[in-house]
Design a protein around this ligand. Structure first.
Ligand code: VGL
Ligand code: ZN
Length: 211
């Protein structure tokens, strides 16, 4: 039994959003197409309270990109993003919602960030996604979404740790690349941890497929 796991395909992570990922909007078409190949589709949603500790604005005079200690863990400071109930936190309008079985929210505790869809960054609390997939009899998890070097990476790494055969749909991912090379490093890290990387289709193959 395989499941498609859509990571944080939210307005704030696409161009025009608060934490825009270059070409982030391009993963939507991939998600909408891939959904048809799966019996189970689940999504994650970054869902922060306004006072979340990952927001630079909550630690003046600190700036975006600086690293602080947040309740004992190193924390990169981000722009205010994916605030609960805001437009930016909504799943992208063009993403087909009818096929999504359940949405798991994360990052709700102001004291700890949660890049992975399974656990917070300190592995202190689970979101319920792991147990949910196990109860459904899922053996294989196919991960895609935003962003490759943060939430996609940590979700894929946790999926491996939980014993799922884990696959990364590369054409359905885009990354932040805060430092040049971060996305490539993330892909390598996932591969070394046992994630199967499904390479992006070549341009010509994509064109052929559309005909
Ligand atoms: C993400 C940074 C902060 C992500 C979420 O979805 O990759 N990155 N919050
Ligand atoms: Zn976040």
């Amino acid at each position: 039994m395989k499941a498609l796991l859509l990571i944080d395909i939210q307005n704030d992570f696409i161009p025009g959003g608060a934490l825009a990922v270059t070409e982030g909007d391009q993963v939507v078409a991939v998600a909408n197409k891939k959904m048809n190949e799966f019996d189970l589709v689940v999504a994650t949603q970054d869902w922060h309270p306004q006072n979340h500790g990952s927001f630079a604005a909550n630690h003046p005079p600190k700036n975006i990109g600086e690293i602080i200690d947040l309740d004992g863990l190193p924390q990169i400071l981000w722009p205010v993003h994916c605030v609960q109930q805001s437009e930016g936190a909504k799943l992208v309008a063009e993403l087909k919602k009818d096929k999504i079985d359940t949405i798991f929210v994360k990052g709700t505790d102001p004291k700890i960030d949660s890049y992975s869809g399974f656990f917070d960054n300190g592995h202190r609390k689970a979101t319920g996604l792991g147990d949910f997939l196990k109860e459904k009899g899922v053996t294989d998890v196919y991960v895609m979404g935003l962003a490759t070097d943060y939430c996609v990476k940590f979700s894929a790494l946790d999926a491996v740790k939980l014993g799922f055969k884990t696959h990364l749909i590369l054409e359905g991912c885009r990354g932040v690349n805060l430092q040049a090379g971060d996305v490539d490093k993330a892909i390598k890290e996932m591969e070394e941890a046992g994630v199967t990387i499904i390479p992006a289709l070549s341009e010509s193959y994509t064109t052929q497929e559309k005909i």
